[in-house]
Ligand binder design. Sequence first.
Ligand SMILES: O=c1[nH]c(=O)n([C@H]2C[C@H](O)[C@@H](COP(=O)(O)O)O2)cc1CO
Length: 138
Amino acid sequence: MKIYFAASIRGGRNDVEIYKELINYLKNDHQVLTEHIGDYNLSIQGQNQLKDSFIRNRDIDWLKQSDIVIAEATNPSLGVGYELAMAERLNKPVIVLHRSNGTQLSAMIAGTEYFTKIFEYQTVEEAEKILGKELKRS
Ligand SMILES: O=c1[nH]c(=O)n([C@H]2C[C@H](O)[C@@H](COP(=O)(O)O)O2)cc1CO
């Protein structure tokens, strides 16, 4: 499957290690279109060698091509929120992962009926198990 993995960039890179592990896990059986999100060298400035309009249009094209959108939404990010709304508009299947470690998921995501697959997790292993199970189903 083609997966659009969404996670924070300019919203903060504290969880980059988790993004990288999840992307590597997904890559075992699937194609991840947005591998750069797990790149340690990608800073909070994002891909600032590219124009913002290029990034936005490229990502929307990838989102359209994808079979499913998987968002790690613990670290709040405007971009991820936008991508999730776009996934809803395009009727894409969506999985939202959120670590239950203090932050609270935005009501605009948790309170949207379209997002039926929101999972709280604590460890990366737990998140991988959730993804493994869910991706077998879709
Ligand atoms: O450089 C970038 N490259 C890129 O692909 N994005 C996309 C993918 C991410 O899922 C999302 C992150 O948004 P934000 O930067 O607002 O945290 O936006 C965002 C940026 C920078 O905003």
